[in-house]
Ligand binder design. Structure first.
Ligand code: F6P
Length: 597
């Protein structure tokens, strides 16, 4: 057996060992389906939410013998990962004129950034030339904030790829679109398919190929699905690759930042680590690697990047910008971990992430973005300057660090935060066999109200322990931010209804969601959506149904449009009444019950 196959399988199994649950759930593809495990998440307690999220994460690693869909651990998926790793390996061994590009929109692009940066750093550590590059729709500002409109722009995707690959003769392009839907990525894949002499296109997603989006893309003759079909043909001769295992539906329908993001991270890491191990490792690959108010994430290294990523997605997913959050907390215990959850009760500004070393540590290609506005200030110094002075017990601060960070610095920061709020918590990873508690760690423990310490066994490579730290941290942060917002009522059943409607995918998703939740026909649902967007009881002929671009532009200035439309559809009340009820009671299920009674 090819040692790469053993290595890649081991890496996948290693990821499985991070999972927070042992029990699985119903098998379904991701898509935008509703997960039966979370149908009543909007009425669950904090511990109930966490258990549901655990069960959903567990679905990622289920092995399905029923052959219907490929799964993360299916033989075919491992085989394709290895084939792609071989292409990357060739570029690593002969880096001149070669490039490996990871690209995506939203969280898919952020994970592409995280993985490309970390593996570039590893290459630098061993004095090898960097061959990895990332592209995120909307540029680096999208690393820290939602930029949905560029996701629709296939031409922009193509141009950004063309620019990144200028002068290169061999490029492995890995485009990620969890739902097989982003026109930005479709444009890039189409460009690769037109230039097979240079590009090997790889598509990563979590839907069966036949469910790829088939909606026309502005200014293009192709759809995402037609691109996938062309790739499937070339895949037979290994000139293109599609990796799209089912991981089960998201806990919050359509929230692909969660399982979609986690599974993307696992797949990209398996490809690059397999390639890197094969290209440079002196140790034989057959050795296995089995081993075992405000919410502020203050972190160090890549754990801090995960904090930034989690915070950046809270806006489109939950409309957190105008939400109200405060803090009370529950300590929750599971066999492997305990975590606390911020329950949103009072006013709050945001969930924000900060990283020690700011943009120097982030190491993004466009450099500091602080000129884009206060949300783009990400250093700890900036936290001290702009957040700490107004911090109170209503705010939650979460420290994210590992034993290899400067614990003196962590303790000093914890002391300063503790002077302002007792609501200080920590997620701390100890690893590599070095699990002894230090005096400094004890100081930090005493300052924190709760500390989740995760001890990892000695790893065989430094990179594998980093992957373990990161994935488990991602799952925890997703649970904290999602759970907090569910408890705040941003979710109707298990659908994120307070979604923004600022690009065509989100507009269509909103219309479909309204149809599904209200049972009304499409035209009536779109009408209700437009009434909410244009704040008009009666739609005039000046608002044509078909001009989606105009609608998404108008929706940019509105809040809570989908909840409003849903209330209109479910209760038949006027827009004015729906608005006023929603102002008094933000939990949509409650508003509907009140209106109907
Ligand atoms: O438009 C926002 C969004 O849905 C994000 O939640 C997500 O990370 C991004 O689009 C990318 O989606 P996909 O990976 O399916 O292209």
């Amino acid at each position: 057996q090819d040692p790469r196959v053993t290595f890649a399988s081991d890496q996948l199994s290693l990821a499985r060992e991070h999972r927070l649950v042992r029990d699985g759930g119903t098998r379904q593809d991701l898509g935008e389906k509703s997960n039966p495990l979370t149908r009543d998440i909007d009425q669950a307690s904090a511990i109930g939410i966490v258990r549901m999220l655990q069960a959903c994460d567990g679905q990622m690693f289920e092995e399905d013998t029923a052959v219907k869909y490929q799964r993360l651990l299916s033989k075919q998926v491992v085989q394709t990962l290895v084939e792609v790793a071989k292409r990357v390996e060739l570029i690593l061994k002969d880096p001149q004129d070669g490039l490996v590009v990871l690209s995506g929109c939203g969280t898919s692009g952020r994970i592409a950034f995280l993985v490309a940066s970390r593996f570039s750093r590893r290459l630098k550590d061993v004095n090898q030339s960097s061959v990895y590059s990332y592209i995120i729709a909307g540029g680096d500002r999208a690393l820290l904030s939602s930029q949905e409109a560029p996701e629709d722009d296939a031409k922009l995707g193509r141009l950004m790829l063309k620019e990144a690959c200028e002068g290169k003769k061999r490029v492995v392009f890995i485009g990620v679109s969890c739902g097989l839907s982003a026109p930005f990525v479709a444009g890039q894949l189409d460009f690769c398919l037109r230039h097979p002499e240079v590009f090997t296109p790889v598509l990563v997603g979590f839907n069966p190929a036949h469910q790829a989006r088939d909606e026309p893309i502005e200014g293009c003759t192709f759809t995402f699905r037609s691109v996938v079909q062309r790739m499937l043909e070339l895949a037979q001769s290994q000139r293109a690759f599609i990796i799209s295992p089912a991981v089960g539906p998201e806990a919050i329908s359509g929230s692909s930042r969660m399982k979609g993001g986690s599974a993307t991270k696992i797949l990209l890491e398996v490809i690059l680590s397999t390639a890197q191990a094969a290209a440079f490792s002196r140790a034989p690959l057959t050795e296995t690697l089995r081993c075992g108010g405000r919410v502020c994430y203050l972190g160090w290294g890549t754990l801090a990047v995960l904090g930034l990523i989690d915070a950046s997605e809270c806006n489109p997913t939950f409309g957190a910008g105008e939400a109200q959050v405060g803090t009370s907390k529950n300590a929750l215990h599971s066999t492997e971990m305990c975590l606390f959850l911020c329950v949103c009760l009072e006013d709050y500004e945001d969930i924000r992430g900060f990283i020690a070393g700011g943009y120097v540590e982030l190491d993004n290609s466009e450099g500091p973005l602080t000129s884009l506005g206060p949300d783009f200030s990400i250093s700890h110094e900036e936290f001290f300057r702009s957040v700490l002075p107004s911090l109170t017990d209503r705010d939650t601060v979460l420290l994210l660090y590992t034993h290899s960070d400067d614990l003196g610095e962590v303790a000093a920061l914890a002391r300063r935060v503790r002077e302002r709020t007792s609501n200080l918590h920590a997620i701390y990873h100890r690893g590599g066999g070095d699990n002894a508690a230090t005096d400094r760690q004890e100081v930090i423990d005493n300052l924190c109200s709760s500390a989740l310490k995760i001890s990892w066994p000695s790893p065989q490579t430094r990179i594998s322990v980093h992957m373990q730290w990161e994935l488990s941290t991602k799952l925890l942060l997703n649970a904290i931010s999602t759970g907090g917002h569910v408890l705040k009522g941003k979710v109707y059943r298990n659908h994120m209804v307070d979604v923004q409607v600022t690009n065509s995918k989100l507009y269509r998703r909103a219309a479909r969601l309204l149809q599904k939740l209200s049972g009304h026909p499409k035209s009536r649902c779109e009408e209700a959506l437009l009434k909410a967007i244009y704040q008009s009881e009666q739609l005039t002929s000046a608002i044509p149904l078909s001009d989606v671009r105009a609608h998404t532009a108008a929706a940019n200035h509105r809040s809570r449009v989908v909840p409003l439309a849903l209330i209109l559809l479910l209760t038949n009340c006027s827009l004015k009444e729906a608005e006023s009820r929603l102002e008094q009671q933000p939990i949509i299920r409650e508003v509907v019950v009140v209106c109907l009674s």
